[in-house]
Design a protein around this ligand. Structure first.
Ligand SMILES: [Zn+2]
Length: 283
């Protein structure tokens, strides 16, 4: 592939929304898109599979955009399907480039050579993580409070088993963020909240947060919303606003938050003039 084309492919892999957001929260959405780069065709899948949860987290990006806007938070979203390379898996995970996803075989992912795997990483995984790393390191350099929130959606029935939780809060041993989020969600009686359900870090689904937050001692939490809750615009808006109210409440009481905003409003750091590299900014 020619260098210019290669660059274009890589640039389209990640998007930063609101790079100068004032919130302490940085939101990441690993599975925001079901887009497959042209060079990979359809990976041998039919149209139905390509819009299903095996290709992405349906509804997640709509929720996340509302959340980022309401919080005035920076959002980093992947623009490539998890079937190309799953951004929320370590390089050595067997399902980094899944040959089978739930009950569907992915022909285009079968028997990949090491070179093919490298290509997948370059197309999807590396640009996404390079971008988050840059956003986080720029913030830390400026002394801005930084907490990471990853938003995902999950399928209501997996391998024939129904999942009762409308939402899951996924966390490691540091529950600084997870605890108040779970409490606020559980206060709404009609919501069944999963504590490290339907997944937990032991399932290797905490990769992005481990890499960009926990390894640096930053607080993090992952929210999994059951995707039947966010199929419609009304559902997406309801969850986006609900999470914005919850995270807004936590941010308001967090240490450094006021100091951070004062510094930025006081002119020592001008919003938009910081070192956060602007990539494609859009909605
Ligand atoms: Zn996901």
């Amino acid at each position: 592939m020619k260098a210019a084309e290669d660059k274009a492919a890589v640039e389209a892999a990640v998007r930063v929304f609101n790079p100068s957001g004032r919130s302490a929260f940085v939101i990441v959405c690993d599975h925001a898109s079901n887009h497959i780069p042209t060079e990979l065709g359809t990976l041998g899948l039919g149209p139905e599979a390509l819009v299903s949860h095996i290709a992405w987290d349906p509804g997640a990006i709509e929720v996340v955009r509302i959340l980022a806007e309401r919080l005035d938070a920076t959002l980093v979203e992947s623009c490539i399907s998890r079937l190309v390379a799953d951004c929320n898996r370590p390089y050595d995970a067997p399902d980094l480039v899944p040959e089978r996803s739930e009950m569907t075989a992915v022909p285009g992912n079968a028997d990949l050579s090491a070179k093919d795997r490298e290509r997948r990483i370059k197309l999807a995984h590396k640009p996404f993580h390079d971008c988050i790393a840059q956003v986080v390191s720029d913030r830390l350099e400026h002394g801005w409070a930084t907490r990471l929130v990853a938003i995902h959606s999950f399928t209501p029935v997996f391998m024939g088993v129904a999942r009762p939780w409308q939402v899951g809060v996924i966390h490691d041993e540091d529950m600084t963020l997870a605890h108040p989020v779970m409490e606020a969600l559980a206060a709404e009686k009609q919501i069944n909240v999963g504590d490290n359900e339907p997944y937990s870090p032991a399932d290797r689904v905490y990769y992005t947060l481990d890499r960009h937050a926990r390894s640096l001692g930053l607080e993090a939490v992952m929210i999994e919303i059951r995707n039947d809750e966010i199929r419609t615009e009304a559902g997406q808006s309801s969850w986006g606003n609900r999470l914005a109210a919850i995270f807004g409440g936590i941010a308001g009481s967090a240490q450094n938050r006021d100091k951070e905003i004062t510094n930025r409003e006081g002119g020592t750091i001008r919003p938009g003039a910081g070192g956060v590299r602007r990539q494609t900014v859009g909605r």
